[in-house]
Design a protein around this ligand. Structure first.
Ligand code: NAD
Length: 242
């Protein structure tokens, strides 16, 4: 089976010490790509990198200097997976200036800056994959996640706009929007078993997704076979946003 192989490609995956980002990095490695992973905490990051045979570079993607360091350390990046932790919850009427600014830097500008760092090389080589991990909240805003709802919509539309400019250069730009996905973070947020069951009952698939199921969409979009898919958003949510 030679479909979906990524031998000779180099991926940079941020927010990849655990959760969906880690699983995306693991699948890209399995498909043959060289992978560099980035996240904030060096010890956790190094352990994650060792598990999958990836390179690693500590970086807080909300900071421009860190993004530049990560891009420089990664070298020629063919596949960018832009990811970070989600903004904290709160009601829309209660978000203060600082929370908006943090969300803007962490969720939106991180993607803009990562793209700025890798795009020229992708266009020169005539091949590139830009993939942002967003959220089901782009399709169905969650009342208690106003910063996430706004910033992820901005990421989605930035990539759709960029796709118009770079499609003819062999560079695709897409978003993967996870629904409820059973990462450690989600398990902590829904540690109450009755509450977790109630949420799962509201999902047509009647279960949380697995990180590997979101990562599979990312791996597909990274492949040669997905060359004609650009400016799109793949929602991986068990039907929740239908
Ligand atoms: P997670 O918290 O398990 O993992 C997030 C990763 O990003 C970790 O490696 C963390 O160290 C890293 N990170 C956080 N902030 C960072 C920063 N500023 N710079 C660099 N690295 C940073 O999250 P997850 O569940 O894997 O989710 C991944 C993304 O998908 C998040 O943005 C999340 O909000 C979004 N999402 C998740 C779900 C879900 O149910 N899990 C649903 C919708 C959207």
């Amino acid at each position: 089976m030679t479909m979906f192989r990524l031998d000779g490609k180099h991926a940079l995956v941020t927010g990849a010490s655990r959760g969906i980002g880690f699983e995306a990095a693991r699948q890209l490695r399995e498909l043959g790509a060289e992978v560099t992973i980035a996240a904030r905490r060096p010890e956790e990051l190094r352990a994650a990198a060792e598990r999958i045979g990836a390179r690693w570079v500590p970086a807080d993607v909300s900071r421009l200097v860190d993004v530049q360091r990560a891009v420089d350390a990664a070298g020629d990046v063919d596949i960018l997976v832009s990811n970070a932790g989600g903004p904290p919850p709160g009601l829309p009427s209660q978000v203060d200036e600082e929370a908006w600014a943090t969300g803007f830097e962490t969720t939106f500008m991180s993607t803009v800056r990562l793209v700025d760092g890798v795009l020229a090389g992708m266009r020169e080589r005539g091949w590139g994959r830009i993939i942002a991990i967003t959220s089901l909240t782009v399709r169905r805003p969650a009342l208690n996640l106003p910063v996430s709802n706004a910033m992820r919509a901005a990421v989605t539309n930035h990539l759709r706009t960029l796709s118009l400019e770079v499609a003819a250069d062999g560079v695709t730009c897409n978003a993967v929007a996870p629904g409820y996905t059973a990462t450690e973070r989600l398990k902590r947020l829904h540690s109450d078993a009755a509450e977790a069951r109630r949420v799962q009952e509201s999902i047509p698939a009647r279960r949380f997704g697995a990180p590997a199921e979101v990562a599979a969409a990312i791996a597909f979009l990274a492949s040669n076979e997905a060359a004609y898919i650009t400016g799109q958003e793949i929602v991986v949510d068990g039907g929740f946003t239908i």
